[in-house]
Design a protein around this ligand. Structure first.
Ligand code: ATP
Ligand code: MG
Length: 425
């Protein structure tokens, strides 16, 4: 026998037992986004490599070492499995001219791909919900995006997710700050790892985003970009803080929070939990006023965030948040010859036509074995069809929970009888 083929490392199957958890999360997220007026957009999973290099930045972990890039065999185009959604979303908005005379509040969901070392909360295919507000410059939008996050945690029943805020200011402020930062890094060059040494001159701010424990003290002592902000950036950041505070949301200012992507300016934020170990950031984002022009559009502001679905689902499991079950209403138990089978089919379709979820027994098994299956399926009611029922053209309805009595019903009355039995359960 041939070896069984395994999934690619770091790329997970989502098994049917996890479906109720995903459904609870996705239903909650959809209702939440609707309440804030965000509309869904769906982009392709594959984009031109150039899109990500230009937007995320050449000297970033993602572009330097995490992208799944390949050449299209037929036409030689350089393509990449998207490592994130913002660049694609902005590309789509520009390509279809959606910013003409109006802003856009958008969201998307889907798999993202990064070639990282797989570990708990870090995978090579993972899923994000992304939220982007394009065409809005005011601090109110930054605050809206942050306040939304807090509401979602509450909607999901999650606690203990802390907000960290920072401002990266303007390009000019970052240039002013750059020389000071490089001087600090040069003073500690003996400590620096290869990544840090290489980035020290090309992208010094990125060095502060290091996960290397040996560099944390050096990074903590680095000069603060916050101290070099322009007045306008400072005022913008203060408005964001005031609005977030007014919404009753606590936060800490983290001067070293720079984010892993180059396109951010002004507000950046992360939602972090201590319950997931090292992979504690469940949601991250900020303002990216230069990105639209960088991708080739007429300059326009933007801001957004993305959350890691797997990390949030892990939190839901740890917190034992109650998730609605996805059990059928009815398990249809039947056994007999062709006329019985035909009757069972008629009954199943009549019940489904009335809006009930019906799991029809398939395969072998007598009534007793089928009743066990019915019970295990989580259905509230078993509808039973045998020789007698087929001959009479009716069904037996047996409640599986709450111990009500078995009843007989004509096919036309079966949905009402099932509903009455389910109500009593
Ligand atoms: P990290 O610092 O953990 O590598 P990041 O800054 O690269 O995160 P973003 O690009 O901001 O992450 O992505 C937003 C969110 O997506 C993260 O906060 C996290 O919840 C999730 N995420 C990012 N990479 C992964 C991954 N490889 N596996 C699972 N979730 C991820
Ligand atoms: Mg990363």
């Amino acid at each position: 026998m041939a070896d069984t083929i395994q999934a690619v490392r770091g790329m997970n199957d989502v098994l049917p037992d996890e479906a109720p958890l995903w459904a609870f999360f996705e239903d909650t997220v959809r209702a939440w986004l609707h309440r804030y007026g965000y509309r869904r957009i769906r982009m392709p999973i594959v984009e031109r490599t150039e899109l990500f290099v230009r937007s995320i930045g050449e000297v970033t972990d993602i572009v330097e070492k995490e992208m799944y890039s390949f050449e299209d065999r037929l036409n030689g185009e350089q393509l990449t499995l998207r490592p994130e959604g913002t660049a694609s979303c902005v590309r789509a908005v520009l390509q279809h001219n959606l910013l003409h005379g109006t802003g856009q509040r958008l969201w998307y969901e889907g798999p993202m791909f990064r070639h990282e070392r797989p570990q708990k909360g870090r995978y090579r295919q993972f899923h994000q919900i992304g939220v982007e507000a394009l065409g809005y410059a005011d601090a109110e939008i930054d605050a809206e995006l942050i306040v939304m996050g807090a509401r979602l945690w509450a909607d999901l029943g999650l606690t203990g997710i802390a907000l960290q805020l920072n401002s990266l200011g303007s390009t000019e402020a970052r240039l002013r700050h750059r020389a000071k930062l490089i001087a600090h890094l040069e003073a500690h060059v003996d400590l620096l790892d290869d990544d840090a040494k290489r980035r020290m001159h090309t992208n010094p701010l990125r060095v502060l985003d290091t996960k290397n424990p040996a560099l944390q003290a050096m990074a903590a002592a680095a000069p603060r970009l916050l101290d070099d902000l322009d007045d306008a950036d400072r005022a913008h950041f203060e408005t964001v803080q005031r609005l977030v505070r007014a919404a009753g949301i606590d936060f800490t200012i983290e001067p070293r929070l720079v984010r892993g992507l180059d396109y951010y300016n002004r507000t950046v934020f992360e939602w972090v939990t201590t319950t997931l170990g090292a992979q504690g950031t469940v949601c991250a984002g900020g303002r990216y006023d230069g990105l639209i022009a960088q991708i080739g559009g007429k300059p326009a502001p933007g801001a957004g965030f993305a959350m890691g679905i797997e990390r949030l689902l892990a939190m839901l499991v740890d917190a034992q948040v109650a998730v609605p079950a996805q059990a059928p209403d009815v398990y249809l138990v039947w056994a007999g010859d062709a006329p019985v089978a035909a009757h069972a089919w008629t009954v199943a379709e009549a019940l489904r036509g009335a809006g009930l979820a019906v799991l029809m027994h398939a395969g072998e098994g007598g009534f007793k074995a089928q009743m066990k299956r019915a019970d295990a399926s989580g259905a509230t009611v078993a509808v039973i069809v045998g020789d007698d029922e087929a001959a009479r053209g009716d069904v037996a309805v047996k409640p599986l929970r709450g111990g009500g009595e078995q009843r007989r019903a004509a096919v036309a009355e079966a949905p009402a009888t099932v509903r009455a039995a389910a109500m009593a359960a």
